[in-house]
Design a protein around this ligand. Sequence first.
Ligand SMILES: O[C@H]1[C@H](O)[C@@H](O)[C@H](O)[C@@H](O)[C@H]1O
Ligand SMILES: [Fe+2]
Ligand SMILES: [Fe+2]
Length: 318
Amino acid sequence: MAPSAIHDTHQLGAALESISDAVDEVNVLKARAAAKKARLEEQASFDSESYFDSSKDKASFRQYESACDRVKNFYAEQHAKQTVAYNIAARQRFHSKSRVRPEMTVWEAIEKLNTLIDESDPDTELSQIQHLLQSAEAIRRDGKPRWMQLVGLIHDLGKLMLFFDGAQGQWDVVGDTFPVGCRFDERCIYPETFAANPDSRDAVYGTPQGVYEKGCGVENLIMSWGHDEYLYLVLKDQSLIPREGLAMVRFHSFYPWHKEGAYRQFMAEGDEVLLNAVRAFNPYDLYSKSDDVPSVDELKPYYLELIDEFFPRRKIRW
Ligand SMILES: O[C@H]1[C@H](O)[C@@H](O)[C@H](O)[C@@H](O)[C@H]1O
Ligand SMILES: [Fe+2]
Ligand SMILES: [Fe+2]
């Protein structure tokens, strides 16, 4: 529409809106193309050498036996309440059309998350923003792909769900995860606390195979509801992060699987790739907790650009 054809402010408004829609569309396409190119270039390099070596005292992390009561009470509650019925309800709530989905940019989300103190974590006294930056910085320092740096930066943003409608408390947000609908494995932390979960006495849910078929694929398990699954659901439709990156988000708390080797009976052919990705990511999540405290202001410009690259739309629907 030529400017001379615009007679009133109404028309002008509509014209401007359609221009900005078109610009949006072009940006989406550009971002997709750039991300695809970056992906192809970097895909192969993420699981090479790890940055963690002898300089870290790995044995000092995740000491649950000597953890404080806050952590022990947290898991007692989580393990009692994560039932199949609850998990189905949580997913219905997430997908419900009537759910009000807050909208904010990734950086706004990072800032908002900063007020949360994770009751399940025995290892960090630092804030969430610092943990996210530490993870991302460690990945960057090691020369890993940009999408993996981004995963480091955002992997815990699902914890935001604690501030949204329907949140029950920390027990369905943080902590290690495990599948529901089958026997709780002994290799989960504090396995004895599952006795308080009614599913452990269920005729089907209490068996090793439970509701699943052998080799059904790790992506088909109903994982205990929490920040991993939630963020995965948000990212899979709204970001350009590759499959391995999505797996890093979705299973990063699934320690009984990626660290202890439990639940392997459910792995399908090809799941090894996902397991390797999650394992490659884990040290950056866990051991970077002892690194120096990063400067948020200094790092912000770098990460804002990184976010732009993989999120075609600035505002995300959470
Ligand atoms: O306490 C931690 C923390 O909540 C992490 O964000 C989660 O990924 C871990 O698995 C959990 O054990
Ligand atoms: Fe996490
Ligand atoms: Fe984390």
